[in-house]
Write a protein that binds this ligand. Structure first.
Ligand SMILES: Nc1ncnc2c1ncn2[C@@H]1O[C@H](COP(=O)(O)OP(=O)(O)O)[C@@H](O)[C@H]1O
Ligand SMILES: [Mg+2]
Length: 354
């Protein structure tokens, strides 16, 4: 039997659960002339929920992940490549005549996949403007294109000033709805909430939370039952207690529990075995991560792991606060209603090492 749990990539269809309100909200929002900004810590399900929403809207949509973009020129090429997927080249050839720099389009005759490139010497700003103009021209107010830019906080890393250039061209577009997703809370709020940022108040800000426990519990129990029968309810509880409903870690743990159940059905404690397996599998990474942390950060994480208060006089409040912010930026710590460690398995690793 195939493992009914999936983690690491965008989840769809039978792997996707709940988020009904969010999907409905995104869909409805796309009916307006506004843009949407979706923020959460990484691996909360942003890409999955947006993919689900845009797929079920009967409109053309394209996605570019800024984490995969290497330069401004590459960004334009990737946008254009995605654009050609929804508008076959033959049908929009006449719209490309305005391009000041002609793109090179090659098709791999074996796979049918297409590559778009530009002369390396081409002016990157001109390229982006031309691609954005094409997008605008190919659509209308009644048929807006949905453009999803994932990991949007990377905009600063791609090229300095890209935010200004992009904002200037976006400002002139009327036939596009943008959905901008980002994982780094502080960077994303800086881009959209800071008055000095070109993207200040660009669109509606939406924060994605973890999955509701009840729904996730139902999802887990249903899928664990073929392997664990009656035990499944209790197993689902233990998994969710352990991961605090974090979408990614929950799926990861459930997948491993399932694996143990299928391969070693005689195991008395499949939950414990699965946890142990994950920690061992990642211990090299954890060791490296740990070694690269400074003393204050190590101290903070150790206090967190043992559930002790930070205020014991050992560190100044301002030091603790700024360290927590940095740990959050680096993804070690997330803040929901309180600070907690992002990775429950790294947490266990630290506990064992202490
Ligand atoms: N709606 C969902 N139902 C079930 N699992 C989910 C859901 N959303 C996310 N996940 C789990 O979380 C993982 C990360 O999701 P992803 O959409 O890539 O998050 P993000 O884009 O926020 O980093 C997925 O691989 C999956 O295991
Ligand atoms: Mg994502």
């Amino acid at each position: 039997m195939e493992n009914p749990f999936k983690f690491g990539t965008i989840v769809e269809d039978e792997f996707f659960t709940d988020r009904e309100e969010e999907v409905a909200y995104i869909r409805q929002f796309m009916n307006s002339a506004n843009h949407l900004i979706l923020i959460s810590p990484r691996r909360f399900g942003k890409s999955s929920v947006v993919e689900k929403a845009v797929k079920t809207i009967n409109r053309k949509h394209i996605t570019v992940n800024l984490q995969q973009v290497t330069s401004l020129t590459d960004f334009s090429a990737k946008l254009l490549k995605e654009f050609f997927k929804v508008h076959p080249l033959e049908r929009v050839r006449h719209l490309i005549s305005h391009f000041r720099i002609i793109p090179m389009v090659t098709t791999n005759t074996l796979t049918g996949s297409m590559e778009v490139s530009f002369q390396p010497s081409a002016d990157a700003t001109v390229l982006l403007e031309d691609v954005m103009t094409l997008i605008e021209k190919a659509h209308s107010e009644h048929d807006r294109l949905i453009v999803v830019l994932d990991e949007f906080q990377e905009i600063h890393a791609i090229s300095t000033g890209l935010d200004r250039i992009l904002r200037a061209v976006m400002q002139r577009q009327k036939h596009v709805n943008y959905i901008l997703l980002g994982s780094q809370e502080s960077m994303m709020t800086d881009i959209f909430e800071n008055k000095k940022s070109p993207f200040y108040h660009f669109g509606e800000l939406m924060r994605l939370k973890k999955l509701p426990r009840e729904d996730f519990h139902r999802y887990l129990t249903l899928r664990l039952t073929p392997c664990f029968g009656q035990q499944s309810v209790r197993l689902a509880d233990r998994i969710l207690d352990y991961t605090a409903c974090h979408p990614y870690y929950t799926q990861q743990l459930a997948a491993n529990v399932w694996q143990v159940g299928m391969l070693q059905p005689e195991t008395a404690d499949p939950f414990g075995k699965a946890v142990e397996h994950i920690v061992i599998a990642h211990s090299l990474d954890y060791e490296r991560l740990w070694m690269n942390l400074n003393r204050t950060n190590k101290w903070i994480l150790q206090r967190m792991v043992s559930g002790k208060s930070f205020q014991n006089g050992e560190q100044r409040t301002s030091t603790i606060y700024s360290a927590l912010k940095k740990l959050q930026k680096q993804g070690f710590v997330i803040y929901t209603d309180r600070y907690e460690m992002e990775d429950p398995f790294f947490k266990l690793w630290i506990e064992k090492e202490m």
